[in-house]
Write a protein that binds this ligand. Structure first.
Ligand code: DNO
Ligand code: MN
Length: 357
């Protein structure tokens, strides 16, 4: 398991590279050019800025999250080809600086969805929260409003330019069924996977978060059967999945250790976090500890260990604790605690082998 930590970039994150470097066992950052709109080619000079900054702290930049997919590709519009060409060029540019994994997602309009960014736990810590009944009635514009007023830092998945044309996008997706979305994903993968393969970059799709349809939009990367289907769309070792325990785990029918075991060869990147799921379907993000949430993090890590996982892993989200002022889900403290929990499990499974990862 190669531990990495998401970093939003200079001036765009409350966490510094120096702090990241001080978390035990973290070897690299998970990064992106967050100021570029989906569909643009990532220019070499901007890529190199992040690479050099990270290198100066001894951190590698082998994992990118995300190169976002333009809506025209997901919608299957004729204009998609120009964006796919840009995507291919971005893959080549990233390969030149040693990027090995690109995480992306294929969720229409919204990336992740929650109803609150700062829901208070009993102990006063705060975390992302999803209220099922609220989602069924809320106007998505209200959420956009609430989330964009939240802080000066734009949140990935809720970038203003992506959301400007929300009404229009919703109208266009009315005509797109799940089967259409599968076809559009296949068209995209058939073009980019050969490029990824030629450049030694694994494309690792992030599952839908949460793994069900929201606001009537189609969602397809939601369960075991659909991940199987995705991997067969283009059956290449470069067509992979980011195994996100918290995203898939919001549906308790998804048995995460079982998914880890089945898809082991096609998981170059893991997101590990815990959530507490309530009987009414609401869920809140918790600490990583197994007994704090509904997911068995010990057994999830064990499944990775048993299958000889040598890919990258990150703690995904954390709570906001100790009065930290940070991006929702992306503070330093709780993610660092999560890492130590993951290492604790991992090293104990190493059983006297000197706990070398
Ligand atoms: C949220 C993240 C997602 C994730 C994308 C990957 O915190 O887990 O934004 O990065 O879905 O494409
Ligand atoms: Mn995730």
């Amino acid at each position: 398991m190669r531990m990495v930590f998401r970093w939003y970039g200079d001036g765009n994150d409350t966490v510094t590279l120096q702090q990241i470097k001080q978390i035990p066992g973290v070897e690299g950052v998970v990064w992106a050019l967050h100021d570029l709109a989906a569909g643009e080619e990532w220019p070499m000079d901007k890529i190199l800025e992040v690479v050099h900054a990270s290198k100066s702290y001894g951190l590698h930049t082998e994992v990118v999250e995300s190169v976002n997919v333009h809506e025209d590709i997901k919608l299957g519009l004729p204009t998609r080809d120009q964006y796919i060409d840009n995507y291919k060029r971005t893959i080549k540019n990233l390969a030149q600086v040693g990027v090995k994994v690109i995480c992306y997602n294929f969720m229409p309009v919204f990336d992740w969805i929650r109803t609150e960014l700062n829901k208070e736990h009993e102990d006063g810590s705060r975390a992302l929260f999803y209220e099922r009944a609220k989602i069924e009635h809320i106007d998505p514009m209200e959420l956009v409003d609430q989330f964009s007023r939240h802080s000066d830092l734009t949140m990935p998945g809720w970038e203003p330019e992506r959301l400007q044309s929300l009404t229009n996008l919703f109208a266009m997706y009315k005509r797109v069924t799940e089967e259409d979305l599968w076809n559009h994903l296949q068209y995209f993968l058939e073009q980019i996977i050969p490029v990824a393969e030629a450049n030694g970059v694994k494309m690792a799709i992030h599952p839908d978060d949460p793994p069900w349809s929201v606001f009537g939009l189609p969602r397809i990367i939601t369960n075991k059967e659909n991940i199987r289907r995705l991997l067969q769309l283009v059956d290449s070792p470069f067509n992979c999945v980011t195994l996100c325990s918290g995203a898939l785990g919001a549906n308790l029918d998804n048995d995460i250790p079982d998914l880890v075991r089945e898809f082991t060869d096609r998981i170059p990147f893991a997101h590990i976090r815990n959530i507490k799921i309530y009987d009414n379907g609401d869920f809140i993000e918790t600490s990583h500890r197994t007994r704090d949430g509904s997911l068995d993090i010990v057994n999830i890590v064990k499944a990775f260990h048993d299958t000889g996982f040598t890919g990258y892993a990150r703690p995904d989200h954390g709570r906001q604790i100790w009065s930290e002022n940070c991006r929702p889900g992306y503070g330093l403290y709780d993610r660092a605690l999560g890492i130590m929990y993951l290492w604790g499990i991992w090293d104990s499974l190493e059983n006297g082998k000197g706990a070398k990862s």
